[in-house]
Design a protein. Structure first.
Length: 227
């Protein structure tokens, strides 16, 4: 199966074509990935063309498309979703959504893993896994709650993601791997294993957006403040 992976949800812009075989066997055919905090919309289509050119294949060679759906940057993840869904519709190919935290955890391999994304405002997004089996859902946790969970992990466990550095000093017996985004090969393995019937490409938000839509109609005066 040839899978195209798209990741714009965190600090990277990544598009890659992979040949997925049996089990965890994946082979990179073409890849473009750069650190990027904004501007994904201007680059993602070009990255896809370059990855396919490197692979020496046309877009009709794609069997499945996978995209990270968050948690992550509100704008970034929606750019990736729009591109993946548009390409899937044009090619008539299935599109699957993969949690950013699941992809980060898969990047760390087997054993006890905490995937943690710095969510700012005293919070992290987190997923805890043991031997690639999640011990619970993706969560938004306070730093204190996350530290309590991480403190219960055995020595040698791995912390991975942009939030790993927040806990590295407090837990020196754990291996911290700050990453701007998931490993594309790990993402490709998840995409190949996903069930298109259940892995819908929908945004995954773990807290409400910072911006709140106005409740006033255009031209309507602001309500008077109580005296």
């Amino acid at each position: 199966m040839r899978v195209l992976v798209v990741d714009t949800a965190l600090g990277l812009c990544t598009v890659g074509l992979f040949e997925a075989g049996a089990g965890d066997d994946v082979r990179c055919l073409g890849l473009r990935s750069e650190p990027m905090s904004k501007g994904h919309s201007e680059r993602v289509a070009g990255f896809a063309r370059e990855a396919m050119r490197e692979a020496g294949a046309g877009f009709d060679a794609i069997d499945r498309i996978g995209v990270t759906v968050g948690p992550g940057s509100f704008t970034g993840l929606r750019v990736g979703l729009a591109f993946a869904q548009g390409l899937g519709a044009a090619l008539d190919r299935p599109v699957v959504g993969i949690s950013s935290l699941a992809a980060l955890a898969a990047s760390a391999g087997a054993g006890p893993v905490a995937a943690v994304i710095d969510a700012r405002r005293g919070q992290v997004y987190a997923r805890f896994m043991v031997d690639r089996v999640a011990s619970g859902p993706d969560e938004a946790l306070s730093l204190e709650a996350a530290a309590a969970r991480i403190g219960g992990m055995p020595a040698g466990s791995r912390l991975i993601g942009s939030g790993a550095a927040l806990f590295a000093e407090a837990f020196p017996d754990l291996t911290a791997e700050p990453r701007a985004g998931p490993d594309p090969g790990a993402l490709a393995r998840l995409v190949a294993a996903a069930d298109p019937a259940t892995a819908a490409p929908r945004p995954l938000y773990l807290r409400a957006p910072d911006a709140v839509p106005s409740t006033r109609l255009p031209g309507q005066a602001r309500p008077a403040r109580p005296s």
